[in-house]
Design a protein around this ligand. Structure first.
Ligand code: M6R
Length: 602
């Protein structure tokens, strides 16, 4: 995820910024850059794809400015490259800007600016900002920034320097964090506390639409109406290690709590007037079959999609683990759309599955989180999830955003194929837009899952049972528990228990039942009775107001949502259950034994 640092004061800005960027490395990035105003009052920019070490190798140590900004980029618009890295500069080379977030109307702004004679070097959304600053500059940087943000749509944390105003850094934010750190005759700016923690623990936290004018002597903050804001000083009492996790004890928990924001970002700009806008030019009329290929958690996202594609779109769909698909001589052809799902975009089996489908003439649609990784590079169409870097090995926010992307695809594809009508699409979309608040509501009750975890932590084995889409959520819940708590977990379609595995149920085997399907809830309740009769302690995830479910030992309720979208909510308590269980067992949550984040070998 992108990171920002800025400095103005008496010290060498270049070394402070480079050290700050290093403190942001844990967030994941693909390129880095720095901009200074040197003692000749020139804007200097050095930026490069790759690690901060690459950036250091191209720095000129004689660039001894006292004011500068730096950035680590995690590509969203425009592949990772030197030119797409930040900072970006205006045509007249006077304004330099770093940006976190997404400027949703960048195409429109770019077209307008090009018509006015401005040019663009990069493929990024961010470059419109320095160019707009040049256009609106009339001798007052604060005014120019105000005019720019009036025309921006989307989210941003912006940090601006200019050779016309070498005594100040302008900062502004909307839906993307930015803090100002206070020093003695020097001040700092950062997207994240760790970047400046070694210099100061006194900070101002910028709120949405506030603009800060930061000089060496002081900081002035204005609200959106231009009124001075009396900012409250916040004293940070974090260690550097805690700060990288923003106060969370593990990346996994941080990432679970980032899910509402990740869903919002994945939806951003993709819903227009009750329809989906994914910019995919798939020839839908030619497609008569869908294949879905992925591994692990990504495969379970695919299984959710397959269920809905079959039940709602009535299109034959084949879903398989990539490691199997690649060797099974799969039944795909030029009329098949193969959907490849991979958080990292680098999983070796998934890439091989893609190539197998392609060799049979299938078109490839990839859903991935990492821009320009190997899998999207070999695909015909791509939907990027906007989860930001996922550092914990256990996948959480990547799964939820894969589901969101898949729902958007199904609605778009079904509508364009004239299978789904406009009313249905609009109603699902408005439900999707309400998902972030519903996840927040679940997260606010996370201590309930911590309580469940205390009960199950000593179990040797646990069952997850459900029907329909709930049985797919069981797969993900069981995988999460196995992966980080090392408790054996079995996910089973609830109706299948009596065909063999009921023999394993005893009072020592807790059972988690997922019962969100309104159509199948009574059947699942019967299955809960079957395991209760065998003395199992029962846990259940269900919607509120489901009468009979009170009979389980422990119930966790979900905010209401249409059945087919329930997997998005169901997974959150399952993630938390696995997380708290692993913590209670003293396991290395973010780095479970024997596992790697990106599996680039067969
Ligand atoms: O990067 P990918 O999505 O291709 O990774 C696929 C699986 O390795 C991954 O989802 C794995 O199952 C997770 N660590 C589970 O939490």
């Amino acid at each position: 995820m992108c990171g920002i640092i800025g400095y103005i004061g008496k010290q060498d800005a270049q070394s402070i910024i480079i050290n700050g960027l290093k403190k942001l490395e844990y967030r994941g990035y693909d390129s880095a850059g720095i901009s200074l105003i040197n003692d000749k009052n020139q804007v200097i920019i050095k930026k490069t794809q790759g690690k901060i070490a690459n950036l250091e190798s191209i720095l000129n140590h004689k660039d001894n400015g006292k004011i500068g900004i730096g950035h680590t980029r995690w590509a969203t618009h425009g592949k990772p490259s030197d030119i797409n890295s930040h900072p970006h500069v205006s045509n007249n080379a006077k304004f330099s800007v770093v940006h976190n977030g997404i400027i949703e109307n960048h195409e429109e702004l770019k077209n307008m600016l090009v018509q006015e004679g401005y040019s663009f070097a990069s493929e990024t959304d961010s470059e419109v900002v320095p160019v707009l600053l040049e256009k609106y500059n009339q001798g007052n940087l604060l005014e120019a920034v105000r005019k720019v943000i009036e025309v921006l749509q989307g989210s941003y944390a912006l940090c601006v320097i200019s050779s016309d105003y070498p005594e100040e850094i302008l900062v502004v934010r909307k839906e993307s964090p930015l803090i100002i750190g206070l020093g003695e005759e020097e001040n700092f700016i950062a997207s994240d506390i760790p970047a400046i923690l070694e210099h100061t623990k006194k900070i101002f936290v910028l709120e949405d639409d506030e603009i800060g004018v930061v000089s060496a002597k002081g900081v002035v903050v204005y609200d959106s109406q231009g009124k001075l804001v009396d900012k409250k000083l916040v004293k940070v009492n974090w260690s550097l290690e805690t700060a990288e996790k923003q106060g969370y004890p593990h990346f996994m928990l941080k990432e679970i709590f980032e899910q509402p924001g990740a869903v919002r970002k994945t939806l951003a700009g993709r819903i227009k007037e009750g329809t989906v806008n994914l910019d995919l030019d798939i020839e839908v009329d030619k497609i008569d079959k869908i294949a879905i290929v992925a591994c692990g958690t990504a495969n379970y996202a695919g299984q959710v999609a397959a269920y809905i594609i079959q039940s709602r779109l009535r299109i034959p769909v084949l879903v398989n683990f990539a490691s199997e698909f690649r060797y099974m001589n799969p039944l795909v052809d030029e009329n098949t759309l193969t959907i490849v799902i991979s958080q990292s975009g680098e999983t070796a089996d998934t890439l091989a599955g893609l190539r197998e489908a392609k060799s049979k003439g299938s078109k490839i649609l990839t859903i991935t989180n990492v821009l320009d990784s190997s899998i999207p590079r070999e695909s015909d169409y791509v939907i990027y999830t906007q989860a930001g870097p996922e550092i914990s090995v256990a996948s959480t926010k990547a799964y939820i955003t894969q589901l969101i992307a898949l729902y958007l695809f199904i609605l778009d594809f079904g509508y364009r194929k004239e299978i789904l009508n406009k009313e249905l699409v609009a109603s699902w979309l408005s439900e999707l837009e309400a998902v972030p608040e519903k996840i927040e509501e679940i997260l606010n009750r996370s201590e309930v899952l911590e309580g469940f975890a205390k009960n199950i932590k000593d179990a040797a084995s646990m069952f997850f049972i459900g029907r329909g889409l709930d049985s797919v959520s069981c797969l993900e819940g069981a995988l999460k528990l196995k992966e980080i708590s090392y408790i054996h977990a079995e996910a089973y379609p609830a109706g299948e228990l009596k065909h063999g595995t009921l023999a394993l149920i005893t009072k020592a085997v807790p059972v988690m039942a997922i019962a969100t399907s309104k159509k199948l809830v009574d059947k699942t309740i019967s299955n809960i009775s079957e395991v209760k009769t065998r003395e199992a302690i029962t846990y259940c995830i269900a919607f509120k107001n489901v009468r009979d479910i009170k009979d389980v030992d422990y119930l966790f309720t979900l905010p209401d949502i249409i059945d087919e979208l329930a997997p998005i909510l169901t997974v959150v308590p399952l993630q938390l259950l696995a997380y708290y269980t692993a913590v209670l067992k003293g396991n290395d949550v973010d780095h479970p034994r024997n596992l790697a984040k990106s599996v680039t070998v067969e």
